[in-house]
Design a protein around this ligand. Structure first.
Ligand SMILES: [Zn+2]
Ligand SMILES: [Zn+2]
Length: 346
C-alpha cells in the first residue's frame, strides 16, 4: 500500500496466519480495532527513491512471510534482492526474523542499534545460557519452581523461524539515513527493547514507530534476565522524546497507520499510570513477589493462571517493569527474603 510517493507499507503474516487471513485482518482491524489472539502480521515499510531501497523491518523467517514480502515489493516495482539497506527497529523475531535470509539474498547493510546488537548473540546464536538465566530469574521473582523451566523455554519454539545475522552497522541514535529525497533521523527509543529505534523524516513529517507506538495496543515493556535498570522509565521518557515532533504520518509495525501522534502518546501515558496505580494496590503491606502481583492484576486477555507459559513469562516481566518503575519513583521498596525478591509499600 502506498503511503506517499516512495514510501510503501507492506505486510508479512505471523507463522500461525496465512497471508490472506492476515490481509483480511489488516482491513478489519483498521475499521474496528480489537485485541486478536496473537498478532497476525508485521508491517514492514519500503522506501524507494533514487536507486536506493530501504526496508524497515521484515517479518518472521517463514516461506509464507518471504512470499508476502516479494508480492508486496513487486506491486511497487521492486524485489527483495534490491534491498540495499535493512533497518531493524528492534531484534524481536517478528521484526528481525528474516534479516539473515535478506542479507544472503541482497547483501544489504543491516542496521541495528548497539544495545539490541548486544543481545543478538545471546538470544539467537547461543540461547542455552539465556534459558538457564531466565529460569533462575523467574524463580527469584516468585514463579513456582515447577513452572519456571517451562516458562523460561516459553519462547524458544520460535527460534527456528528466525534467520539471525550480526549487524553491519551499529547505531546509537542521532545518525541520518539518506534515501533519494528523504533524510531520516534515527531516534533511540528504549523501553520495549533496550535498542529500539524509530525513524523520523522532518520534511515529509513521517515517523516510523516500530513497536514503540501502536495505534490501539501498548507494547510489552518487560524486564528479563538480559535487561537492567527501569525499562518502563526508559519507555515513558522515550515517549516524551517523540512528543514534540511535527508528524503527519505515524507508521507503526503492527495494526495500521495512524495520524495523531500526540493524542496516542497521551493515551499510552494514562494507560501506564492506571496500570502503575493498580499494581501498587496489589502489593501486600508485608511485601509481595512479582508473581503474586501478576496473579492479582487484571490482564486484557484474562487471568495469569490461564495463560500459556510464554505469555505468563511476558506478564511477569511486564509486572516487574512496573514495580521497578514504582521503585525508581520512590513509591515502592524492595527486599530480598527467602531467596525471593519482595516488593514493599513505602
Ligand atoms: Zn517487539
Ligand atoms: Zn512486533
Amino acid at each position: 500500500m502506498k503511503i506517499l510517493d516512495g514510501i510503501y507499507q507492506l505486510l508479512t503474516p505471523f507463522p500461525q496466519f496465512t497471508f490472506d487471513e492476515a490481509k483480511k485482518l489488516r482491513v478489519e482491524l483498521e475499521a474496528r480495532p480489537r485485541v486478536t489472539k496473537g498478532l497476525p502480521y508485521v508491517l514492514p515499510y519500503m522506501v524507494k527513491d533514487g536507486g536506493d531501497t530501504l526496508l524497515i523491518d521484515c517479518g518472521w523467517n517463514t516461506d509464507d512471510a518471504y512470499a508476502a514480502l516479494e508480492i508486496g515489493m513487486k506491486e511497487h516495482g521492486s524485489h527483495p534482492s534490491e534491498v540495499n539497506r535493512l533497518f531493524i527497529t528492534h531484534v524481536h523475531p517478528d521484526h528481525f526474523g528474516m534479516a539473515g535470509r535478506l542479507k544472503r539474498l541482497a547483501d544489504c547493510d543491516v542496521i541495528i542499534h548497539e544495545k539490541d546488537a548486544e543481545v543478538v548473540n545471546a538470544r539467537y546464536f547461543a540461547p542455552k545460557g539465556l534459558i538457564d538465566d531466565m529460569g533462575r530469574f523467574m524463580q527469584m521473582n516468585g514463579v513456582p519452581p515447577l513452572e519456571s523451566p517451562t516458562m523460561a523455554q516459553g519462547s524458544m519454539g520460535m527460534i527456528d523461524k528466525v534467520s539471525p545475522v550480526p549487524p553491519d552497522t551499529e547505531v546509537k541514535g542521532g545518525e541520518t539515513i539518506k534515501i533519494g529525497a528523504f533524510e531520516f533521523e534515527i531516534i533511540w527509543t528504549p523501553g520495549h527493547s533496550p535498542g529500539h529505534i524509530c525513524l523520523y523524516e522532518p520534511n515529509h513529517k513521517i515517523l516510523f514507530t516500530g513497536d514503540h507506538i501502536l495505534p490501539t495496543i501498548t507494547p510489552n515493556v518487560s524486564i528479563n534476565s538480559q535487561t537492567h535498570g527501569s525499562p518502563l522509565g526508559d519507555y515513558m521518557r522515550s515517549l516524551d522524546k517523540l512528543d514534540k515532533l511535527d508528524v503527519k504520518y505515524v507508521l507503526p509495525a503492527h495494526e495500521f497507520d495512524t495520524k495523531d501522534l500526540q493524542k496516542r502518546i497521551s493515551e499510552i501515558h494514562h494507560h501506564h499510570e492506571d496500570r502503575l496505580a493498580e499494581m501498587l494496590r496489589c502489593v501486600d503491606a508485608g511485601g509481595s513477589t512479582a508473581w503474586e502481583v501478576a496473579g492479582r492484576v487484571k490482564w486484557a486477555t484474562g487471568m495469569l493462571k490461564e495463560f500459556e507459559p510464554h505469555m505468563q513469562r511476558a506478564a511477569v516481566g511486564e509486572t516487574i517493569a512496573h514495580l521497578e518503575y514504582l521503585y525508581e519513583r520512590g513509591q515502592l521498596a524492595k527486599v530480598f527474603r527467602d531467596a525471593h525478591l519482595h516488593w514493599l509499600p513505602v
